[in-house]
Ligand binder design. Structure first.
Ligand code: 5GP
Length: 205
């Protein structure tokens, strides 16, 4: 078994291209990229989701970090780990530019689903925000649909769950499901030539 899975930029590009076929069926209106790993996949995916003559899908960034036990009020505990929001949506600006999330199809993008804690947190918090806004605006009858895209899902016991309906409806898209090992992404590489050579040797190019 390899110790680390090396993934090249080419491979990331191709995984996004491949996954776009499934994602396109849902015609997402907006992407929310979880930083920093979700940023590059989201940008690449946008290329493949673009329909001729249509506008590019807007990308919003959110930042989340996982901590084991910091014990302050600003954190929400999920399955033993605490998720800290380092950056969240600015709903005021969003409403002015892309409109609110209410009634939209929203694609959440991250690079890897490891324990699922981050994705669970992002999804449940975004759902909560949309629900509160819909109630405030009297728009509870509109359906907001969330999709998730990750490059890799690790095949392991998860610490948090995603809604069964989301999985059943194909709204959870992982380009690859891999064993539980560390994945080295190209944007973390110090020596990109060596990294790419390792990725090519593993067939991940
Ligand atoms: P979670 O456990 O919440 O699913 O993942 C938390 C975060 O840990 C991910 O968004 C990612 O940034 C990081 N992470 C987990 N496993 C890996 C991995 O194999 N490689 C890299 N580069 N990051 C990982």
């Amino acid at each position: 078994m390899v110790e680390k899975l090396f993934i090249s930029y080419n491979n990331v590009h191709k995984l996004c291209q491949e996954a776009a076929v499934q994602i396109k069926k849902f015609s997402p209106d907006l992407m929310i990229a979880i930083g920093g790993g979700g940023f590059i996949p989201a940008r690449i995916l946008r290329t493949f989701l673009k329909e001729p003559g249509a506008k590019n899908i807007p990308i919003q960034a959110i930042g989340l970090s996982l901590y084991e036990d910091l014990g302050t009020d600003s954190q929400v505990e999920t399955a033993g780990l605490e998720v800290v929001r380092t950056q969240w949506l600015d709903f005021g600006t969003l409403a002015k530019n892309s409109g609110s999330l209410i009634g939209k199809t929203v694609l959440i993008v991250d690079e890897v689903d490891d324990t699922r804690t981050t994705l669970h947190y992002a999804l449940s918090e975004l759902e909560k925000d949309v629900r509160e806004q819909a109630i405030a605006l009297g728009r509870e009858n509109e359906v907001t649909r969330f999709l998730i895209f990750v490059l890799h899902n690790k095949n392991k016991e998860k610490k948090a769950e995603l809604p069964q309906k989301m999985i059943e409806e194909g709204r959870y898209v992982a380009a690859r499901t891999v064993e539980d090992i560390w994945i080295a992404y190209p944007w973390e590489a110090i020596d990109i030539e060596e990294h790419t050579t390792n990725a090519v040797a593993q067939g991940n190019n």
